[in-house]
Write a new protein. Structure first.
Length: 262
């Protein structure tokens, strides 16, 4: 890149460092108070205000706004909560609705022109959300079975010969208490990170080629920018899909923790 100073050299070419947040108050020494934290807070406010708006002025014959809200709510309540949790789905539906909505809104930030960054491309936010689900399904299991019975249920499956416990118990602990939250977070993070990185490559690469003196490079640059549009569409689909998958897996983990058999 021509004419770039030391600051430009630090940010060029685009790469993993392109995902670094910018402190809101650089001179205050609080790097944790950054643009991505602000984005997550804005996402939470959008979810709260959106559902308050959907719930306002409910009528027997729904209008378009109410119909949209009901369809989205029923998708999560019936398609995820009731199917996964059975009769106990009512008490977990509010969390599942909030979880799906929060992930979806933050994923859509990746296509919003003022941010162009999905919040969960930063792995810390994905781990934080996975931790909440981890606490939920373990708390639900302990509340129903008691601590001792829950730990036995999650580590000693019925029908396994006692001689195999020395092998099964460590595997069940690894699977239920370590692998579940880690894979839950990494699945969300990896899909959003990879998708956004592809967008950066096509947009920035296409812009560079358009600045070239070669006609062939200019054509390739234009093609690259045009390809960015279907990739944006794919990112919209992936963002919605990952919100759905994360919510479904959370519901299934809660279902397994409150089930009588493991």
């Amino acid at each position: 890149m021509e004419g770039g100073g030391e600051g430009d050299a630090h940010h060029w070419p685009p790469g993993v460092h392109s995902f670094d947040p910018k402190p809101l108050f650089p001179d205050a020494g609080m790097d944790w108070l950054n643009t991505y934290l602000l984005q997550a807070v804005i996402g939470a406010l959008i979810v709260i205000l959106l559902w308050l708006w959907f719930a306002k002025d409910q009528k027997i014959v729904p209008g378009f706004k109410q119909w949209i809200g009901e369809q989205l709510y029923n998708l999560i309540r019936n398609g995820i909560g009731r199917d996964a949790l059975g009769p106990d789905y009512h008490k977990y539906t509010p969390y599942l609705v909030a979880l799906f909505s929060f992930i979806l809104v933050n994923n859509l930030f990746g296509q919003f022109f003022l941010s162009m960054f999905p919040t969960f491309s930063r792995v810390g936010y994905a781990y934080g959300l996975a931790l909440l689900s981890f606490i939920l399904y373990n708390a639900a299991g302990i509340a129903k079975h008691g601590l001792g019975s829950y730990l036995k249920l999650m580590t000693m499956p019925k029908g396994v010969p006692p001689l195999l416990y020395i092998i099964i118990i460590p595997l069940e602990i690894l699977s239920n208490f370590i692998v579940r939250p880690i894979t839950l977070a990494l699945r969300l993070f990896a899909n959003l990170f990879a998708g956004h990185l592809v967008v950066i490559v096509f947009v920035v690469g296409g812009s560079m080629l358009l600045e070239s003196a070669s006609v062939l490079y200019k054509v390739a640059g234009g093609a690259s920018l045009l390809m960015a549009f279907p990739i944006f569409g794919l990112e919209l689909f992936i963002g919605a899909l990952q919100a759905y998958i994360f919510t479904v897996l959370t519901a299934q983990y809660v279902a397994s923790s409150i089930a009588d058999d493991h």
